[in-house]
Ligand binder design. Structure first.
Ligand code: IDP
Ligand code: MG
Length: 151
């Protein structure tokens, strides 16, 4: 099923100069970029984004980290895009993330795992709505679609 998912390159990914390499992985997979922007997240938005973790020990540090510098937010579309992106990111703790995944290749600790991706269709819908207005989502056909998918 063709899905949209929300992806964010966190401040550590931006600071380490990995935006291009992370984006390239998604583009090479054939995922379509439907929206993308760099922004500085306000505390309130960060708290809403990570609301499911409120009360956990890592909530405050995570909110603090994700608001500490600019992030790059995007909406990616493709076949089972939500699970596909999660698989490409690797496990939350980079020590458990397989080599070949973004976290497995570029990170060492959970609190600096450089990338976020929605974990379910409900999360994807919620997170896309939190970070993007409808008019920011581009609806277009890419020329590689005829070769990426069976007709
Ligand atoms: P996910 O990003 O793989 O979906 P979640 O469990 O939803 O992982 O946690 C959200 C984010 O909170 C993680 O990506 C990480 O940045 C941070 N986080 C989660 N657990 C810990 C922890 O035990 N220590 C430090 N940071 C954590
Ligand atoms: Mg999560």
């Amino acid at each position: 099923m063709i899905e949209k998912t929300f992806v964010m390159i966190k401040p550590d990914g931006v600071q380490r100069g990995l935006v291009g390499r992370i984006l390239t992985r998604f583009e090479e997979r054939g995922l379509k970029v439907c929206a993308m922007k760099m922004m500085r997240i306000q505390k309130e938005l960060a708290e809403r984004h990570y609301a499911e973790h409120k009360g956990k020990s890592f909530f405050e540090p995570t909110v603090s980290h994700v608001t500490s510098g600019p992030v790059v937010c995007m909406v990616l579309e493709g076949e089972n895009a939500i699970a596909a992106v999660r698989a490409m990111m690797g496990k939350t703790n980079p020590q458990d993330a397989a080599p070949g995944t973004i976290r497995g290749d570029f990170c060492q600790v959970t609190g600096r795992n450089i990338v976020h991706g929605s974990d379910s269709s409900e999360s994807a819908k919620r997170e896309i709505g939190l970070f993007f207005n409808d008019y920011e989502l581009q609806n277009y056909e890419k020329i590689d679609e005829a070769w990426l998918f069976e007709q």
